[in-house]
Design a protein around this ligand. Structure first.
Ligand code: URP
Ligand code: ZN
Ligand code: ZN
Length: 462
């Protein structure tokens, strides 16, 4: 394979910022040197003068083709990983789903079959456990041995993915014994269902009521309960898609006690709010996801949590449903709107915008978007950094060019953008995945099947 050199850029990792040249051979970073100090030759040279050279983004929460609410998330592994690459993300970790009554193995095999040979970038899999019982608990160590080392449980969605507290405790005990990491969707589902029923019976059917019934206190209560269950089990805990400041306060309190409790948030909670859910007509359906968008004042707490390391990761929870034909399933009944937002293509740009706006430093941008997710889910330092021996998943990022996010120009297979018309400063210029050029100056050069399954080690954050 070609020897590639990236010269003259500012190399930004979670640990440092250095003007450096990067040498790549056989898909791997082999050396970095202060700009101009070495006179390396290469078959292919990228001039990154004036640009950042950063590790490819690691998005550890996507749902390609997720069956939900009687339909399927509209991005396939082919379209979704291509869109990820356009946005500077070179690794995704998606969720295989156990169907109720079936084995983990059947769910995992089904997800391997969907992804295999179709991905533009490398990918891992977590396992959604929707039926915790003796037989599924016995399967967990086998999956960990195959590199599927994290398991998502739901305190929400009774009758679908929901687990009760006893089941959660058993799964956490098993994770504690075997090195697995439990990921928790922390919302009190049974209580929310009561409020949903009451809202619908009272004629409150518009999308904005999705946000009203899924109360911040019910996210905080579930987060608190999940933390206590994890303590009892002696297991680490990773809480997904944290949106409420009250839930974040639970995580912060647990971390102050020194507990191995971690959290992620997503760009939608940092940039969007209940004002979007309340947009006129049925427009609010575009913003229905769970946990829900919160009033704008929660955003400051989330930004702060990212700075103080009470939140470690920003992933997208990319779960797109088209407005036409999919979100529309919930006209007249907000509870039938499929839950989820598109965003896999937008995350790196939106977080760079946070650097421009002064919410984050450049290094923290790379930490929460690349290094921390890779460490959390056993991919570091192969992914998430630029160092000798790391995969050459590299992005040349132009921090000055502006562009406007829009469904007319994005590459996700969905007919709207949650960020329509928003102008961001910064743009992905070139993307390498294991040394292969996937994208260069607006030209897509990737291919389905280049992306390989990544068996992961256990959490490296402990
Ligand atoms: N988040 C969301 O609304 N949809 C995807 C499923 C989940 O992560 O709970
Ligand atoms: Zn969830
Ligand atoms: Zn999700």
């Amino acid at each position: 394979m070609a020897r590639t050199l990236i010269t003259g850029g500012l190399v930004v990792t979670a640990a440092e910022e250095t003007p450096a040249d990067v040498l790549i051979e056989n898909g791997t970073v082999v050396a970095l040197a202060l700009t101009g100090r070495q006179h390396w030759t290469a078959d292919r040279v990228f001039d990154a003068t004036g640009k950042y050279v950063i590790p490819g983004g690691v998005d550890v929460h996507t749902h390609m083709e997720l069956p939900f609410g009687g339909t399927f998330a509209s991005d396939t592994f082919e379209t979704g990983t291509r869109a990820a690459a356009w946005g500077g993300t070179t690794t995704v970790v998606d969720f295989a789903v156990q169907s109720k009554g079936a084995s983990l193995r059947a769910g995992l095999d089904a997800w391997h079959a969907k992804a295999d040979g179709r991905c533009a970038i490398d990918y891992g899999l977590h396992m959604i456990v929707s039926d915790v019982n003796e037989s599924t608990l016995r399967e967990m160590p086998g999956l960990i041995g195959e590199g599927v080392t994290s398991f998502k449980l739901f305190m929400a969605y009774p009758g679908v993915f929901y687990s009760d507290d006893g089941q959660i405790l058993r799964a956490m005990q098993q994770a504690a014994d075997t090195g697995g990491l439990i990921m928790m969707h922390a919302e009190n589902g049974p209580a929310i269902d009561v409020l949903v029923e009451q809202a619908l019976a009272g004629g409150r059917t518009d999308p904005r009521y999705h946000g009203e019934v899924r109360k911040a206190l019910l996210e905080a209560e579930a987060t608190h309960r999940a933390i206590q269950l994890a303590r009892v089990a002696g297991a680490p805990l990773y809480v997904v898609h944290v949106s409420a400041r009250e839930a974040l306060a639970e995580l912060a309190a647990a971390r102050d006690l020194g507990l191995p409790v971690f959290g992620e948030t997503c760009p939608q909670y940092l940039y969007l709010s209940t004002d979007n859910l309340a947009e006129p007509g049925f427009e609010g359906a575009k913003y229905v996801c769970s946990t829900p968008l919160r009033p704008e004042e929660h955003q400051a707490a989330l930004w702060r949590g990212l700075r103080t390391d009470d939140l470690q990761v920003v992933s997208t929870d990319h779960c797109p449903f088209c407005f036409k034909g999919q979100k529309e399933l919930g006209r007249g009944d907000f509870s039938k709107i499929p839950n989820g937002l598109p965003g896999v293509e937008n995350r790196m740009d939106l977080l760079h915008q946070a650097v421009v706006d002064g919410h984050l430093t450049r290094r923290r941008w790379i930490d929460i978007a690349c290094a921390a997710p890779a460490r959390m889910f056993g991919l570091y330092p192969r992914k998430g950094t630029l160092a000798p021996g790391a995969d050459a998943d590299v992005v040349i990022y132009d921090p000055h060019t502006t562009h406007t996010l829009s469904a007319a120009t994005h590459h996700m297979n969905v007919d709207y953008s949650a960020y329509e018309g928003r102008t961001v400063t910064g743009r992905v210029e070139t993307v390498l995945s294991r040394g292969e050029v996937v994208l260069d100056r607006g030209h897509y050069l990737g291919r389905p099947g280049h992306g390989a399954f990544l068996p992961r080690s256990t959490c490296q954050y402990l």
